[in-house]
Ligand binder design. Structure first.
Ligand code: SAM
Length: 237
């Protein structure tokens, strides 16, 4: 039985009791991390132009800070954000109001919601700093069947999945969950999806001024492929 710790209540009480707890909207480190994810989507989606991107899924849209950057960088895209902290969700609705129908915000747990994602409907999906939380509360099988596979399956052929995740974090409640073998096991699960191909995998070591420490995070990119023509599919058939 997996101990459920990082549930909605945890985030409401420990993080989103105040606005922007991680300084997502102000920290150069965080903004740089968002920009890298955006640049990676642009690079991997090429030769499709960013203005031709019409749909992006954001798993854990929090207060909508990254969402807003996505909206500005992909000017014709509609963003679907799924976020389970009610406090963060309420603020995201307010923060993103100016974007009107370009934003669809869903208050929910991606583990329950992912089954509702329509097949081949997004140009891109992002999961920024969230997989370790989900992983703490769910088995590998659940991660695979209820999160990774349905998210991958919701991408159009050629669509991209971009993931940013801190590795080997020190001195935080997430410390144990961010150990390299755990994070890399998620990477292996994604790589082995019959409908994904790993196309980018880079570590970054960057100083976060506000916390006076260097964080190591990894950025991964996967492309949605057609399992019928990709020879490397092994399972789930
Ligand atoms: C460290 S924050 C990252 C937020 C955002 N992705 C970003 O990079 O700015 C983690 C977020 O994941 C959300 N979260 C955690 N588990 C979730 C789940 N199972 N479904 C949806 N959101 C989840 C939390 O509420 C929180 O907003």
């Amino acid at each position: 039985m997996v101990e459920k710790k990082f549930n909605e209540e945890y985030f409401n009480k420990n993080e989103f009791f105040k606005e922007d707890p991680w300084r997502f909207g102000r920290s150069p480190y965080e903004l740089n991390k968002y920009q890298r994810q955006i640049d990676l989507i642009k690079a991997l989606i090429s030769p499709k132009k960013p203005e031709k991107v019409d749909s992006i899924l954001e798993v854990s849209s929090a207060e909508g800070i990254f969402t807003q950057m996505l909206l500005e960088n992909f000017e014709n895209a509609k963003i679907t954000g799924v976020e389970f902290s009610s406090e963060a969700f309420k603020r995201s609705v307010k923060n993103l109001e100016p974007y009107g129908e370009r934003v669809e915000l869903i208050h929910g747990d991606i583990v329950d919601y992912a089954k509702n994602l329509k097949e081949k409907s997004f140009d891109a999906a992002v999961m920024s700093e969230v997989i370790l939380y989900i992983g703490n509360d769910h088995s590998f099988t659940e991660m695979n069947d209820r999160v990774f596979y349905p998210v991958a399956n919701s991408l159009k052929l050629g669509g991209v999945l971009v993931i940013a995740q801190i590795v080997d974090q020190k001195g935080y409640p997430e410390e144990d969950l961010s150990k390299t073998p755990i994070i890399h096991s998620y990477k292996a699960m994604l790589r082995d999806q019959p409908i994904l191909k790993k196309v980018y995998d880079e570590p970054f070591f960057e100083y976060k001024d506000e916390e006076d420490q260097v964080f190591n995070y990894e950025l991964w990119g996967f492309r949605r492929v057609d399992e019928k023509v990709e020879p490397n599919w092994k399972w789930r058939k």
